[in-house]
Structures are given as C-alpha cells and as structure tokens.
Design a binder for this molecule. Structure first.
Ligand code: SF4
Ligand code: SF4
Ligand code: SF4
Length: 263
C-alpha cells in the first residue's frame, strides 16, 4: 500500500471490548507514521464514518436496521473489510438464542422497554456484506490484529488458522480437562490462536474463537472423546451455540461427533 494507509474502526452492537483491546496496544503508536486513522470514535471524536479507507475493521454484530445500512456503506468505502471478534465474525453471544423470536428475547431482557431505533436479531457482518478477513476471539488476541495489519501493510495477506485449540494446549503441556476430568472442553473443535488460555487456568474452553471446519483429520478422533466421556449431544450443542449460533454447519458438526466415526 502506497503512502499513508487509511484505516477505520467501526463499532456495531457490542461490548466495545475488541476496540478496547486494540486501543490498549502500544504498537498502535508505532503505526501512526504509516497510517491515518480516519474513523475510530473510541479514540478520536473527529472521526468520519463515510470516508474512503484502505482497511475497515468492524467490531460488533449487526443488530439494528441502521447497522445494516452502516455495514453496506463501510463496504462501499473500503478496499479491505476485516471482521473483528466473535460478535462481528459469528454474531457474538447476543445471537446465542437465535432460534427464539426477537419479541420473546426482547421481553425477557427489557420487559416493556422501548427504543428509538429498530432492533433486529444479532447477526454476523458477513450475513450482509463480503468480509475479506476475520480476526477471531472474544476479545481477539493482540498478536492476531498485529499480524493481520502487518501483512496488509506490506501488501500481503494474512493466513487463517486451520488447527484447533487442542494443538496449542498439548504444546503448552496443560493437563487435558476433557480426558482427566470429563468436562465438555470445546478445544477439539475450536479454532486455535489463544494459546489455550482457558485450559491453562484449568477451565474448559467454551469456544469463543468459533468452530473450526470439521473436515480435518483429528476432528473425529478428538471429538469422539465427548461421546466416550458420556457428555451429551445437547450439552455440546448448547455450549457451541454460545459463540456459534450462526454456524450453518453447527448441527451437522455435532451430529457427526455423536454418530461417531467408523469403529
Ligand atoms: S467479541 Fe467479545 S469482546 Fe469483542 S465486542 Fe463482542 S463481546 Fe465484546
Ligand atoms: S480437550 Fe481441552 S483441555 Fe484437552 S487438550 Fe483439548 S483444549 Fe486442552
Ligand atoms: S480456550 Fe477457548 S474459550 Fe478460552 S480463549 Fe481460547 S478459544 Fe476462547
């Protein structure tokens, strides 16, 4: 990319945790001579949402009609669109119960409360516009952001991670929560990149980085342990829905685990 790279950070419905994670990176300061931050309301009041940018980072899920229009405008104005975090990539925890009606969910949370905008079920950004790259996690790892940004700045393209959290967990030498305690750790079917943070603290992975594709060699052998440990299909499905409710292959994937592989 020639000259100063124009960057925009945009927030949809979210907890702002991804932006905060990025805003706390000292490395952002090193970026300033090479980049112009056109839009980032968390850091700069004079931000411009409808300006052309080279790279658009979008945080949050599309949860209002206004946000549908906003993501379309961002796409029109950006050369590269990056979905940042589980909300933008997968719809986030706010889309967990996507099979229930918006009215029912609204009533449960807000009672008879009214808002000025028109709310809708939370959805991933990709349901509305083409996304060029995804940065996973809730919130994402700083290194993933730096890697993506760094590769874009040198005119290259970041690679996606195609192995599960278990790989990092084994490399770190953590005890296996699934095998040793029989807890429903989602590490075998979750995209790596967090250095198996939760198992490192003795906590089973809840899949915040989203499900990895299941057409990989070790999926069957690792995932079948759920079955051997007596963990139910419903339990795994419920846990996976937390961050994967919009995954079109979710049920198929869980079904595959529980129907087993060839014995
Ligand atoms: S992905 Fe997680 S940290 Fe980021 S905005 Fe959504 S809820 Fe917050
Ligand atoms: S199942 Fe969980 S605890 Fe066991 S190796 Fe995989 S990530 Fe680690
Ligand atoms: S171990 Fe699982 S839940 Fe924990 S940070 Fe990694 S992907 Fe997210």
């Amino acid at each position: 990319m020639e000259g100063k790279v124009r960057i925009g950070f945009y927030a949809l419905t979210s907890c702002y945790g991804c932006q905060l994670q990025l805003a706390m990176m000292d490395e952002i300061l090193q970026l300033l001579p090479k980049a112009e931050i056109v839009c980032w309301f968390m850091l700069e009041r004079d931000s411009y949402e409808d300006e052309p940018v080279d790279i658009a980072f979008i945080e949050g899920s599309v949860s209002t009609e206004e946000e549908v229009e906003l993501v379309k405008r961002i796409r029109e104005n950006a050369k590269i669109v990056v979905a940042v975090g589980s909300c933008a990539v997968h719809g986030g925890v706010q889309s967990w119960e996507k099979d229930k009606s918006l009215e029912e969910l609204w009533k449960t949370v807000y009672g008879d409360g009214k808002v000025k905008f028109e709310p809708k079920m939370a959805e991933p950004v990709e349901n509305y516009i083409k996304v060029d790259h995804r940065i996973y996690g809730c919130p994402p790892e700083k290194k993933d952001f730096l890697y993506a940004l760094g590769t874009f700045l040198v005119g290259s393209w970041p690679e996606d991670i195609d192995y599960p959290v278990c790989v990092e967990c084994r490399l770190k030498g953590h005890p296996c929560i699934l095998i040793e305690k029989g807890e429903p750790c989602l590490g075998p079917i979750t995209r790596a990149g967090c250095d198996a943070r939760c198992p490192g603290f003795g906590v089973a992975c809840i899949g915040c980085r989203g499900a990895i594709g299941y057409d990989v060699a070790w999926f069957d052998s690792l995932a079948r342990t759920f079955k051997e440990k007596g963990i139910s299909k419903e339990d795994i499905l419920q846990r996976m829905k937390m961050f994967n409710a919009h995954n079109p292959k979710l049920e198929e994937m869980v079904e595959k685990i529980f129907q087993g592989v060839e014995e």
